[in-house]
Ligand binder design. Structure first.
Ligand SMILES: NC(=O)C1=CN([C@@H]2O[C@H](COP(=O)(O)OP(=O)(O)OC[C@H]3O[C@@H](n4cnc5c(N)ncnc54)[C@H](OP(=O)(O)O)[C@@H]3O)[C@@H](O)[C@H]2O)[C@@H](O)CC1
Ligand SMILES: [K+]
Length: 513
């Protein structure tokens, strides 16, 4: 699913109005009605005090429509206009009049003296600013945002939490109205996917308001939020006459004394995701451990307690390197020789990334489309610091372009970046923040490339499945007791889930205008 920036959204609104012969008033009516339906469905006519705060743009227009439906359905509501400017939009004015026509005059807020009493038990609907925010809110609008934040009532933000920019960093954290839930229109917003904004909302969901999908496609958006239906298209079904050779040979290189578990987990994962053959190359001290833990794998060994020679004989399709490898000098030297000679596709993780950071000239020897899977600290060592999460994305894209690499930036919404696009993952939860989780991911991606998945698809698919294991498991385990081995345990469920038609909220909110 595409993620559009604020200009693209405005263009898509306009294109839909032009091509679908729908007026902007009707488009707003339709979008805001969906928000009302959502709320009505939750509240079922309960007598809870609702405060709708409207700005003077089209986000405020949405608020006026929602307020009208709430009045008409007998809810206990008050509607306010946050009068920060005289520049009302046409759609705002039309809906302002429609509210007056039913005898409901909104209360105008011109200063702090006009702030209403709001209680913790009440509901706040935030339609002050949406996609048209151009600068940080100031003056009494900022004060109102702070006042409402201090109450901590359930706050439903429409399109965006007011004060949150769609595509740029928030400068003053005191100017964002914190949302309990966001109903956002048509596409997820980049701002929702970045950790720096995590304080500004708890949950969000997308309402499909029927913007022109052909037009959106024609914009060639470079940002994506990958959902199940797209992942399913990446899946490669197995043919009846295939044999284990058809599914490649993954070689996992890593391990050092005390960190044999990392390479073991990665090896297991490559096998479990379906690589036809799997070999591991590790220090001698890990030999019995690996053979016992993964009898299906073949094993070759290096020096006693850490890797040094990198002289394996395995004829692999792809190599996953780094888990538990350590960065001692003899390993660093052997790694340098290996990288300079290697021609096979690579997945590089953990200490192997740290060794690249120490010796950046090696980046020039990596095969095109090598996959790197850094966590934020490893990324920083590689590309330097960043001012905010938006800049981090741009710097990573530049790095990816410069070296022809695929970057998998691990986090709450892991993002896969190549020279042209960014793919944000939609699965996973904090259960995955556990030792060995990254090693398993490395094994999964390596195992998928072994089976013939393009490296970019292997990264997108692998990250999705990895996250999905935790989403499925969490109803049976807890965040705390979920371990890296649980990822392997639930991998079959994650794969099978692709074929279940279930309740993906994002996909189910289809509209029919
Ligand atoms: N048909 C459609 O298009 C549909 C649109 N929809 C809805 O429209 C929303 C976008 O509407 P919008 O473009 O009117 O922007 P919105 O966020 O309401 O307000 C911007 C106003 O605030 C002003 N302003 C900005 N920053 C400011 C600041 N810090 N302090 C003070 N003023 C500031 C800015 O003017 P400026 O001063 O920047 O020139 C402008 O006057 C979108 O989020 C969705 O909810 C849906 O109904 C679906 C159909
Ligand atoms: K809003």
């Amino acid at each position: 699913m595409f993620i559009l920036n604020s200009h693209q959204i405005a263009a898509a609104d306009q294109a839909t109005i032009n091509s679908n012969n729908i007026s902007s008033i009707d488009l707003m009516e339709h979008a805001a009605k969906q928000c009302f339906n959502w709320l009505h469905n939750q509240l079922q006519n309960q007598n809870i005090k609702i405060h709708v705060f409207c700005g003077i743009g089209n986000n405020g227009g949405d608020g006026l429509v929602i307020a009208r439906y709430l009045y008409e359905n007998g809810y206990n509501i008050t509607c306010y206009i946050v009068n920060f400017s005289e520049k009302r939009t046409k759609e705002f004015l039309v809906n302002y009049n429609r509210l007056k026509e039913i005898g409901k005059w909104p209360t105008i807020i011109n200063s702090e003296n006009d702030f209403p009493e709001v209680a913790f038990e009440d509901i706040v609907i935030d339609t002050i600013f949406g996609n048209g925010l151009t600068r940080s809110p100031e003056g009494f609008t900022k004060e109102l945002i702070n006042y409402l934040n201090s109450i901590k009532a359930f706050t439903l933000a429409i399109d965006l939490p007011s004060g949150l920019f769609t595509d740029t960093s928030v400068i003053d954290k005191e100017t964002v109205l914190k949302a309990s839930h966001v109903l956002t229109f048509q596409t997820p917003k980049l701002a929702f996917l970045l950790p720096e904004n995590s304080d500004f909302f708890e949950t969000w969901e997308v309402l499909d308001i029927g913007l022109d999908s052909n037009f959106i496609k024609s914009l060639n958006p470079t940002l994506n939020y990958t959902i199940k239906s797209e992942i399913l298209q990446l899946y490669k079904p197995r043919k009846k006459w295939s044999h284990k050779g058809t599914f490649g040979h993954a070689l996992i290189i890593g391990g050092s004394f005390g960190k044999i578990g990392a390479v073991t987990l990665a090896t297991k994962a490559a096998l479990k995701i379906g690589s036809g053959l799997v070999s591991a190359y590790l220090p001698k001290c890990g030999y019995p451990v690996l053979q016992i833990a993964v009898p299906e794998a073949m094993v070759e060994v290096d020096n006693d307690t850490s890797l040094e020679y990198f002289n394996f004989k395995t004829n692999a399709t792809v190599i996953g390197i780094g888990p538990g490898m350590g960065t001692v000098e003899k390993t660093a030297n052997g790694f340098e020789r290996f990288i300079k000679e290697n021609k096979l596709p690579l997945v590089i993780d953990a200490d192997a990334i740290n060794l690249l950071s120490q010796n950046k000239s090696l980046l020039n020897f990596l095969p095109k489309n090598t996959v790197l899977t850094p966590h934020p600290k490893e990324l920083e060592r590689l590309i330097g610091t960043w001012k905010n999460d938006f800049e981090r994305l741009e710097k990573t894209t530049d790095f990816s372009k410069k070296h022809d690499l695929i970057m998998v930036i691990k986090g709450a919404h892991t993002v896969i970046i190549d020279s042209t696009s960014k793919y944000f993952n939609s699965t996973g939860n904090p259960a995955l923040a556990t030792a060995g989780s990254g090693d398993v991911l490395t094994g999964i991606i390596t195992g998928l490339i072994a089976q013939g998945y393009e490296p970019i698809n292997a990264a997108i698919f692998g990250v999705y499945l990895h996250g999905k294991t935790a989403d499925i498991a969490i109803s049976e385990t807890s965040y705390e007791t979920f371990t890296a081995s649980s990822i392997l345990k639930y991998l079959p469920n994650a794969l099978l889930d692709l074929f279940n038609k279930d309740d993906n909220l994002i996909e189910n909110n289809k509209s029919d205008i």
